[in-house]
Design a binder for this molecule. Structure first.
Ligand SMILES: Cc1cc2nc3c(=O)[nH]c(=O)nc-3n(C[C@H](O)[C@H](O)[C@H](O)COP(=O)(O)OP(=O)(O)OC[C@H]3O[C@@H](n4cnc5c(N)ncnc54)[C@H](O)[C@@H]3O)c2cc1C
Length: 500
């Protein structure tokens, strides 16, 4: 059968997902032969809370050809070197999940294994002491590595914190200047082709008809097209991740500007703090089985260090994903495709994967089943990998000071995570999942950070000379520390790099 390229795309929704999709499609599709329309409701605001990212977002900005300095200055962004987790193992304990690499292979063996080896010989350092990003975060320093000038900090990784509304505005400008048509209309009805069961068009509240060949559902958690209209069911993962709400509020800019997200475990869940150039984003994730919205709000406001500048908002959510991400002539990207709590800032990453996979597997007319199936397989894998990594943070906790934390002592774990932990516990080997956003350095950072070390080691590292290994790591530690001390403080770096 002859397949034809789609030439009319309609994106429903103007939140982070809608505008990221419009921006990338306008970059990769030929403006001369493809029409892209984005429709957003003037009455329904976007959720506007996705403010922390992972390093792949830096690549996304580069892929769009956007100047980093301009992006940072326009979106009140700050740099993020990772996440500091406090009180997750027990109160008073903290650890880092830094971006980038931790150490480097020694004698051809993994750094984690060599670190385990050296600890047995008396090395005192934590695993993430050998992460350039963690050391910089600790001292609140920053620089952007130059590929032409490698040094002992080059293996750091970074992402951004930003103002979600400003990012949507920035990408709106980017996409509309590349030919995307922007309509501010509320969609009242989604019309279905009675013969094919595909989406035929949209009718707006003012009676306008919007036609198209392929529809991208970025309408938020209600999933107006894929869920409500095409009836693709939601698969709940609440048994694995019970949190189902968040209280969010912005507070005044704080004096210090840490280049990392803070995640603090609390009796009913956890709390985040995201520092931006002009304000701080805060939120408390909780489960209403253990704490009412009123109790959560009062607790949250009590915890905030800085004065609140917006009224606290309650957002309800359910963890899980759509059973299919692409059905007929519709793909869901963003909250319409699923939700994972923002513990590792993965919502925007999943949007990016959704739109990059779509750009790689472009739709055709008639639809190609192999393309749709592959898209669905890729996105399901991404979601499941991240789900397991998030569960990991909770299930290793020793906390039992509240019913919420006690519930983690007998909660079912996904089978894939059970298998991963069982293998790790023997000799520290990790099963590498296809498409896992989180590389083994990340898994090791959380496992070691939560005090979970394997019973044994890879026998190959036992061949390394131990006293030389310890000396090498001590030298490495010293040189990292020294190099970090030479860097600008994050705030000073930002002021020079992206003033405005
Ligand atoms: C508490 C919380 C914290 C989060 N923190 C992070 C984080 O730190 N990092 C991260 O990566 N992700 C985070 N996320 C996820 C992130 O917020 C979302 O992935 C991101 O905002 C994408 O949202 P969206 O564009 O899919 O939906 P929305 O922002 O809800 O946008 C939906 C759009 O659809 C439009 N729409 C809806 N109905 C209609 C209609 N009938 N007609 C026309 N238009 C319509 C709306 O007007 C709106 O423009 C967080 C999520 C929550 C809930």
């Amino acid at each position: 059968m002859q397949h034809q390229n789609v030439s009319q795309y309609v994106i429903v929704g103007g939140g982070t997902a809608g505008w990221m999709t419009a921006a990338l499609l306008s970059k990769v599709l030929p403006q001369s032969s493809v029409n892209i329309t984005l429709v957003e409701s003037p009455d329904r605001p976007s959720v506007g809370v996705g403010e922390a990212t992972v390093p792949s977002f830096v690549d996304f900005v580069r892929l769009l050809g956007i100047n980093e300095q301009e992006f940072i200055a326009s979106t009140a962004a700050t740099f993020k070197l990772g996440i500091r987790f406090s009180d997750w193992l027990q109160k008073g304990h903290s650890y880092w999940h830094p971006f980038g690499n931790v150490g480097a292979r020694i004698d051809g063996q993994s750094f984690f294994q060599q670190w385990l080896n050296a600890r047995q010989a008396g090395l005192q350092n934590e695993y993430t002491d050998f992460s350039p990003s963690a050391r910089m975060a600790e001292k609140q320093r920053f620089f952007v590595p130059e590929p032409a000038k490698p040094n002992n900090l080059s293996r750091m990784g970074y992402a951004y914190h930003f103002d979600a509304q400003r990012v949507a505005d920035f990408l709106c400008e980017y996409a509309t200047s590349r030919g995307v048509t922007h309509k501010r209309e509320h969609i009242e009805t989604v019309n279905v082709d009675s013969k094919l069961g595909t989406i035929a068009g949209l009718t707006t509240a003012s009676g306008n008809e919007i036609g198209g060949e392929f529809f991208i559902d970025c309408s938020g958690d209600k999933a107006l097209l894929l869920g409500k209209t095409l009836g693709v069911a939601f698969e709940s993962w609440q048994q694995y991740l019970p949190a189902n709400g968040a209280i969010v509020a912005q507070s005044e800019k704080s004096l210090s500007l840490p280049p990392y997200t803070e995640s603090i475990a609390e009796p009913m869940g956890w709390r985040w703090r995201i520092p931006l150039q002009n304000r701080v984003g805060n939120g408390l994730v909780f489960c209403d089985e253990y704490c009412s919205v009123e109790q959560a709000t009062a607790y949250f406001l009590d915890c905030l260090k800085d004065s609140v500048v917006t009224e606290p908002r309650h957002l309800r959510f359910e963890t899980g994903r759509r059973q299919l991400f692409w059905e007929k002539n519709c793909v869901a990207i963003g909250l319409s495709s699923g939700f994972l709590e923002p513990l590792e800032s993965t919502g925007i990453y999943l949007i990016m994967r959704g739109v990059l996979n779509l750009a790689k597997l472009l739709p055709s007319l008639p639809a190609c089943q192999a393309t749709t199936s592959e898209y669905n397989r890729l996105m399901a894998t991404e979601y499941e990998n991240i789900r397991d990594f998030i569960v990991l943070h909770y299930c290793l906790s020793d906390r039992d000071d509240s019913p919420f934390w006690q519930s983690w002592q007998h909660r079912e774990l996904p089978e894939s995570l059970q298998k991963k932990l069982a293998l790790y516990n023997t000799r520290g080997v990790l099963i590498h999942n296809e498409l896992d956003l989180f590389a083994s350095d990340s898994w090791h950072a959380v496992l070691a950070g939560m005090g979970v070390l394997p019973r044994g080691m890879d026998p190959l590292v036992e061949k390394t000379n131990l006293s030389e290994l310890v000396k090498l790591l001590q030298k490495f530690d010293y040189s990292l520390n020294h190099s970090v001390e030479q860097l600008f403080h994050h705030e000073d770096f930002l002021a020079r790099y992206a003033p405005g």
